[in-house]
Design a protein around this ligand. Structure first.
Ligand code: ZN
Length: 259
């Protein structure tokens, strides 16, 4: 297959299975109308146990390309299109803020439910450290990081404008209240960080940058960065043990920007 054809295939959606996650207990994709190469022997009965949950989850139900889709996959390989996309339904939920930044309505509803549950179930308080950032403000954050730390370092911890989940209005950086380990890897060891890692899926969020998936997501471990994907997808990811959107949808990722 030519490189050009491969590139074309990646333009719309993502090639399922291009990135293999395959945790134990995953189920094979149901056969659609794939052509049978040889009409030889009947297929033996699979010995794989049935899937644990959610039969028939449709990975194509929502777009991974549309920036307004709650399943959009944006990373170093996949810029937002348009690059300066602005969500249409930004809102400020009634929660505590470090930086008063809005988020999309579904993100806000999920966040409020999650903060309330964290309080009710574990007595924990949270604040929004950061949420929506426009293309322009991401430019400022990135340029500032480059000025302070150099571009090579900046590219490991700050997305270039047009490549940030914060620009979708679906990402929230969460801090403990009172503040402890804000925007630091040790947030993952706080009571809030541990509770969020275990429970965020129930409210439609995922811990987007796991420690063991830096090569896949392209970003260092960020135990404070939660991405709203909706409860059905978050539940499916939780049930299957797949921890990144790139692996689940077979989307391009990685630590390098296309030159
Ligand atoms: Zn973040």
């Amino acid at each position: 297959m030519s490189g050009a054809l491969i590139a074309v295939l990646f333009l719309a959606g993502c090639a399922a299975g291009a990135v293999s996650a395959a945790p134990s207990g995953h189920r094979p994709t149901p056969h659609r109308s794939s052509p049978a190469p040889t009409p030889a022997r009947p297929t033996p009965t699979p010995t794989v146990p049935p899937p644990p949950t959610v039969v028939g989850f449709d990975k194509t139900a929502l777009s991974v390309d549309d920036p307004a889709s709650t399943w959009v996959v944006v990373n170093k390989s996949r810029a937002l299109n348009p690059l300066a996309y602005v969500p249409a339904d930004l809102t400020y939920p009634d929660v505590a803020y470090v930086n008063h930044q809005p988020m999309r309505q579904d993100t806000a509803a999920g966040l409020v439910a999650m903060f309330h549950a964290g309080k009710a179930e574990a007595g924990l308080d949270f604040s929004v450290q950061s949420a929506y950032r426009s293309f322009e403000s991401q430019t400022g954050v990135y340029d500032d990081d480059v000025a302070r730390n150099g571009q090579a370092y900046a590219d490991t911890d700050t997305a270039r404008p047009g490549h940030s989940e914060h620009q979708t209005g679906l990402a929230v950086d969460i801090s403990a209240l009172p503040a402890q380990c804000s925007l630091d890897a040790c947030f993952g060891e706080t009571a809030q960080g541990r509770w969020l890692a275990a429970n965020a899926w129930r409210f439609g969020f995922i811990l987007r940058y796991p420690a063991d998936k830096v090569a896949v997501t392209g970003f260092t471990y960020e135990p404070w960065h939660f991405r709203y994907v909706g409860i059905p997808l978050a539940t499916e990811l939780h049930a299957t043990g797949v921890t990144t959107l790139e692996e689940f949808f077979g989307c391009a990722g990685g630590t390098n920007y296309p030159s």
